[in-house]
Write a protein that binds this ligand. Structure first.
Ligand code: GMT
Length: 382
């Protein structure tokens, strides 16, 4: 099938999932066309099966806001016509589902009927999408998608609670590719980060408020009071400066390594002993899953879809949002005894295997086929 994928090309989870999905689909013989404003960060080499079409939004002084949706929907129409695209898969409702719907309508005028799959990722629903300024358009875009998927049961439920949804939402969880990890590094170069007697605790995110970076630091502060440890912080965003200040105030700056954005996530996780994800809200927690497949147990909050990923007492521990004392206590339970740590590491990887791409990819192919077969039906059945 010839599939156009629309996503954010950045380090965020939705862009990562869209990119990895596209790469895997290409591996199954599909022809994939990414349509977005930059080449996705996780997309390596392009090939005859993987194409990238850049959406340009020329600056025009009359506009206070440049109309990205307009440029995206035009680009989609052109790409569909030029490459004979058969299906559109948009990741993140805002504004992708909205632009996708416009593209569909323009194409329908020319008797080209293209089904649209919308995958909901989290903040497009729980943070941004439910805002009264966007809610009407988000509801419309979801209700006018041919198939809607959500990355967790929790996100599906939240979507149904927040919006007036008329169509089915199918849960297709995020995934990892076990095969990639069976050839994992033999030497993690751990010594670059810490000495042998220090444990390495890692957090990876886009440093937004929802990630509760101060909690990451407070949990680490309590850990390092009891055992020798280093904190590796990966990513960048609005909370980073505050994080540096908090580390300085707590006198732990020499134990915290700020790595910034990185595409070497697996290399970093390879030398990590524990992963922290204390978020206020998290539809799935792809970062936790990536940690787990790299044999890193997870101390997390129990928000949103995280409990569907991190198995309490097995791959790590869950606590209520903000309960840093309990998080630190559980972290120490895992880290203080090497035998326990080894057990949790093994459990983490076994638990992550539930989300292997070999199980998830056929679910997407199934919904693609369903949408493609029903492409001539009138979309808005409300
Ligand atoms: O929260 C992020 O780090 C970025 C955000 C995004 O939209 O890219 O991630 C969301 O989608 C990911 C992939 O499906 C999920 O794993 C994250 O849990 C989700 N983030 C939130 O719900 C806060």
């Amino acid at each position: 099938m010839k599939i156009a994928i629309v996503c954010y090309p950045t380090f965020g989870g939705s862009g990562v999932v869209a990119t990895e999905l596209g790469i895997a689909l290409a591996g199954r013989g599909h022809e994939i066309h990414f349509v977005t404003y930059n080449q996705p960060v996780r997309l390596g080499l392009l090939s005859n099966k993987i194409h990238f079409h850049e959406v340009h939004v020329p600056e025009y002084p009359l506009f206070k806001y440049q109309p990205y949706e307009l440029a995206l929907s035009s680009k989609l129409v052109d790409t569909v016509k030029l490459h004979g695209i058969e299906l559109l898969h948009v990741h993140y409702a805002i504004p992708h589902a909205y632009a996708g719907y416009m593209a569909k309508q323009m194409l329908a005028e020319e008797d080209i009927h293209i089904p649209m799959i919308t995958t909901l990722h989290g903040t497009d629903i729980t943070l941004v999408g439910k805002h009264p300024f966007y809610k009407t358009a988000v509801t419309f875009s979801i209700n006018n998608s041919d198939v809607v998927t959500s990355v967790s049961e929790s996100l599906k439920q939240q979507t149904l609670d927040i919006f007036d949804i008329k169509n089915e939402i199918e849960v297709i969880p995020n995934f990892i590719d076990i095969k990639k990890y069976s050839t994992s590094f033999t030497d993690c170069q751990r010594s670059l980060m810490a000495s042998d007697d220090e444990k390495i605790i890692t957090h990876i995110s886009n440093f937004r408020k929802v990630k509760r970076i101060p909690d990451v630091i407070k949990v680490f502060f309590k850990i390092q009071e009891k055992i020798k440890a280093k904190l590796v912080l990966v990513g960048d965003g609005p909370e980073k400066e505050g994080a540096e200040i908090l580390c300085e105030e707590l006198g732990i700056l020499d134990k915290v390594i700020f790595l910034g954005n990185s595409i070497e996530i697996d290399r970093i996780l390879c030398f990590s002993d524990l992963f922290l994800l204390p978020s206020t809200s998290e539809s799935f927690g792809l970062a936790a899953l990536e940690a787990m497949i790299n044999k890193v147990p997870v101390i997390s909050s129990n928000a949103g879809g995280i409990p569907e990923v991190n198995e309490h007492g097995f791959s790590g521990f869950l606590s209520d949002v903000g309960n840093v004392d309990e998080m630190a206590h559980n972290a120490l339970k895992i880290l203080s005894d090497n035998e326990v740590l080894e057990k949790f590491k093994e459990n983490a990887v076994n638990s992550a295997k539930r989300f292997d791409i070999s199980k998830v990819l056929p679910l997407y192919e199934e919904v693609y086929q369903k949408a493609y077969d029903g492409r001539f039906k009138i979309t808005n059945s409300l």
